[in-house]
Write a protein that binds this ligand. Sequence first.
Ligand code: BV8
Ligand code: ZN
Length: 248
Amino acid sequence: MEFKTEFIQKLKTSKNIMVFTGAGMSAESGIATFRGKDGLWNKLKPEELASFNAFMKNPDMVWEWYQYRRKIVENTEPNPGHYAIVELEKYYEVNVVTQNVDNLHARAGSKNIEELHGSIVRNFCMDCRTFYNDLKLESEKTVPRCEKCNGLIRPDVVWFGENLRGNAFPNSEKKAKECDLCFVIGTTAIIYPAAYIPMTAKQYGAYLVEINIENTDLSYQADYSIFGKAGEILPEIVRLVKEDVFTN
Ligand code: BV8
Ligand code: ZN
């Protein structure tokens, strides 16, 4: 595969790389995207299930939906794109900032990960905030109760209308300001405040490289848009780094 010379030059001079990912990163692992053809949000409106109000109105329905998604995540594997990002860590300081809640970057072995929207493999009690990470998939249909306070247990994901938790966002902003090159992979980049991150990287001088099967709202800001599947393009970039960037 041929790559833009300017991009190859940037790979030669960069030390610190940010990898900002969305659902398209996990599409080749068999996880439906949100807005794609058979996307999750086509069948139902986000706020109908991925919101605090929805959970309060019908906790079992929301729980069942996350159990369904958790089962899919459990029965899937990271794809060659996830592993290629881990490979890049041998040549650069790599910071992964993801909107995905599927834990696949961690399962592939990436070290530095900011989960902006949380993770589907963690749960916590809404009242006493006790965490339940090893909650096996027993209660399929009914939302489980906290052993300590009988509170409702919910997935540790960020729902629409909820603030991002912990330091995921400020940490990601800091890393965006420090990176030389920022890959934006498999995202429509329309969810905020997450979508501010690649823009911040660009504002602070990073070279913005988009990898997507089609144009997005961010394409006009990208210095280089590589159209194709993340699981096919990223291994090609690793080969380029191995054979070209770090030999010549
Ligand atoms: C908040 C976890 C403070 C849950 C998710 C400013 C302006 C406008 C609106 C807002 C704003 N600020 C806040 C808002 C409201 C809202 C928002 O952004 N709304 C949108 C609709 C405009 N934001 C919030 O509510 C956030 N909280 O702001 O709190 C606050 C509080 C009160 C009032 C105001 C503010 C919280 C948002 C987090 C929601 N949680 N996930 C769960 O998963 O169940 S969002 C979820 O959807 C994902 O995490 C991700 O972020 C998003 C999906 O987007 P993508 O990942 O990009 O996926 P998509 O399907 O869209 O695209 C896939 C792409 O991949 C496509 O481009 C496709 O072409 C490409 N692709 C497909 N296959 C491949 C591929 N590319 C490469 N290779 C392939 N093989
Ligand atoms: Zn509790």
